[in-house]
Design a protein around this ligand. Structure first.
Ligand code: UDP
Ligand code: MG
Length: 316
């Protein structure tokens, strides 16, 4: 029997892009050596995307749909796709054709060679703009410096994983504050990369603002590194050394009482700044702990089409 490839596509307000995406990917999928399923995850779109997807699912049995009750974010959509996909391998991609479907035959080739994780690395991101490219490069430098794990710069949300790797993500990586791409690169298995050229978005606009990306980067650093938590120790050591220096200085240059006002003010301001910074960092980690502790769902499914009910299946 042929293997099945699951294509997971996250969709958020993509009514303009969807028809063209479907037209483009369909012939590529039919030409593959593998069988396929095309699983769209509608991440609470407020435009006509859901309607388009329901029509596609009604006319094509291989097109499946999982639809959220509201917007949960791109990562949640990919996770839901991985949860509901039934294929022997899963490819995650965007609906805006920035991830070219022409790469699929190459991916299948690598899967046949036995690779478990295939990261698609973009050689150039035409649409992202300079600010996004520079911040993204800086982000990867920082995270690689801070974390024991290694992150590929330019890795995208375009990747393929084997069934075995998918099961690991499904069972063991259910963190609420997370970085899916980071997990994919760090769970082991036989890995390879394929480079591709990111196209311009075919229609609509990017849903990631710089602000969202900043929040995302902060969370990622905290999920993969404990180093910021240890800043307190370094700051404490620095303060202790400065204290000793000040003590020595004061002992040897003992003068009349009123002098040294500027020193006191500067030291006060500086020490408080360091203290609040560290309290703030600890607060951020507590916020992450809090959301893990609450254990709210990563996503809530409202409707599905052509998807075998996973819960039902596990009952039998
Ligand atoms: N997306 C999503 N939920 C969101 C934001 C985006 O499912 O909250 C989808 C979007 O429809 C697209 C993919 O994630 O298929 C990537 O989003 P986008 O193209 O806006 O990001 P960019 O390519 O600019 O990084
Ligand atoms: Mg895009």
């Amino acid at each position: 029997m042929k293997n099945t490839l699951s294509i997971v596509v996250s969709v958020y307000n993509e009514e303009q892009a969807l028809p063209l995406f479907y037209e483009t990917i369909k012939p590529v999928l039919s030409g593959l050596d593998w069988d396929y399923e095309l699983l769209f995850v509608n991440d609470g779109s407020r435009d006509g995307s859901l309607h388009i997807l329901q029509q596609l699912a009604a006319s094509d049995r291989k097109t499946k749909l999982v639809s959220f009750s509201r917007n949960f974010g791109h990562e949640a959509a990919m996770i839901a796709g991985i949860d509901h996909a039934e294929g022997d391998a899963i490819v995650c991609m965007d609906a805006d054709l920035q991830h070219p479907p022409e790469c699929l035959p190459k991916i299948v080739e690598k899967l046949d060679e036995g690779y478990g994780i295939i990261s698609m690395v973009r050689t150039q991101n035409a649409s992202a703009g300079m600010v996004k490219n520079i911040t993204s490069a800086a982000f990867y430098q920082l995270i690689n410096m801070l974390s024991d794990m290694k992150f590929e710069a330019n890795a995208s949300d375009f990747f393929a994983i084997s069934r075995q790797a998918a099961e690991v993500l499904k069972k063991n990586y259910r963190e609420k504050v997370r970085f899916l791409r980071g997990y994919v690169q760090n769970i082991g298995f036989k890995r390879t990369t394929i480079s591709y050229e990111a196209n311009n978005r075919i229609a609509g606009e990017s849903k990631y603002s710089i602000r969202k990306l900043f929040a995302f980067s902060m969370n990622t650093i905290m999920c993969f590194s404990n180093l910021p938590l240890k800043l307190g120790i370094y700051a404490g050591m620095l303060a202790a050394m400065m204290g000793v220096a000040m003590m020595v200085y004061t002992l040897f240059t003992r003068q009349g009482a009123p002098s040294g006002y500027a020193t006191i003010v500067i030291l006060n301001c500086f020490m408080f700044a360091v203290l609040f910074l560290i309290v703030g960092i600890i607060g951020e980690y507590i916020a992450i702990l809090f959301s893990e502790l609450k254990d709210r769902p990563i996503y809530i499914v409202e409707k599905t089409e052509n998807v075998t009910d996973q819960n039902l299946r596990s009952k039998f």
